[in-house]
Design a protein around this ligand. Structure first.
Ligand code: B1M
Length: 211
């Protein structure tokens, strides 16, 4: 199967076809990683471009997002398949004011797949909720995601609140999302930045002292 058909169905927000074609691509031995990068993420990038050009509006973004989530559910067992015992706990969330959760969910799935236990707080998460979740779970890592230039200041606030909280152990904080850069991560005092989900896994391992 040509993965461009799947990409096109995602751009059109056709959730049923996207789920069916994702399964078919797997059956035809395309890897979950290739399906993600060549069809799904690439399709979402196109959706973003159409939005910027004024050809798509929020309803089209929502349809594409719903189709993407359906495809991720098909891929989940493969991305999250793991032979390892939990090697660490990560509290993840999209920062306050930001409702984008596809990239964050992808990072969470890949972390689960490489043996982390993930506590996913969802989207629009206030800084104090991250602190509570770390206290409740004893997580060693926090992952913050932001997709809007208007919400990356909330990332800085969240890092500040986590640093000031009297937590039993000092957590490491990793950040990511389209408008985030490694320079920004350093400036706000995060411990690391990853541009995508697979780099996020490598970073998480490094931050908790695994190679
Ligand atoms: Co929105 N949106 N959106 N949107 N949306 C963007 C982000 C935008 C770039 C579109 C555009 O103009 N081209 C633009 C932001 C512009 C800016 O700030 N500079 C934008 C806008 C403007 C908006 C609204 C303001 C629109 C409006 O209402 N007028 C609004 C804001 C709502 C809010 O959050 N308060 C809005 C709303 C939405 C929907 C709700 C409709 C929907 C989200 C649905 C959902 O997530 N459930 C949506 C969507 C779908 C998008 C685009 C099209 C796709 C985002 C996506 O899922 N990408 C997006 C355009 C684009 O990104 N091309 C856009 C696929 C995903 C796999 O990639 O999330 O980047 P991404 O995640 C990557 C990496 O960034 C990284 O790894 C992931 C996997 O590789 N990563 C991490 C992410 N988090 C990480 C954390 C880490 C490490 C890596 O460590 C912890």
């Amino acid at each position: 199967m040509d993965l461009s058909i799947l990409r096109q169905a995602l751009i059109e927000g056709d959730d049923k076809t996207v789920a069916d074609l994702t399964q078919r691509a797997l059956d035809e031995d395309h890897s979950a990683e290739t399906i993600l990068s060549d069809a799904l993420i690439s399709g979402m990038e196109k959706v973003g471009e159409l939005f910027e050009q004024g050809e798509y509006f929020v309803p089209e973004l929502l349809l594409a997002a719903r189709a993407m989530q359906g495809a991720m559910e098909v891929l989940r067992p493969l991305l999250a398949a793991s032979d390892y015992q939990p090697m660490g706990k990560v509290v993840m969330g999209t920062v306050q004011g930001d409702l984008h959760d596809i990239g964050k969910k992808l990072v969470a799935m890949m972390l689960e797949g490489s043996g982390f236990e993930v506590i996913d707080l969802g989207t629009d998460v206030p800084p104090e909720r991250f602190v509570e979740a770390v206290e409740e779970s004893g997580a060693q890592l926090v992952g913050l995601s932001a997709l809007l230039t208007t919400t990356i200041p909330a990332m800085e606030t969240t890092v500040g609140v986590l640093r000031e909280a009297e937590l039993p152990t000092q957590v490491k904080i990793m950040v990511g999302g389209a408008p985030v850069t490694s320079t920004f991560a350093q400036d706000i005092g995060a411990d690391g930045y990853a541009p995508d989900a697979s780099n996020a896994v490598a970073l998480a391992r490094r931050l908790i002292g695994l190679r």
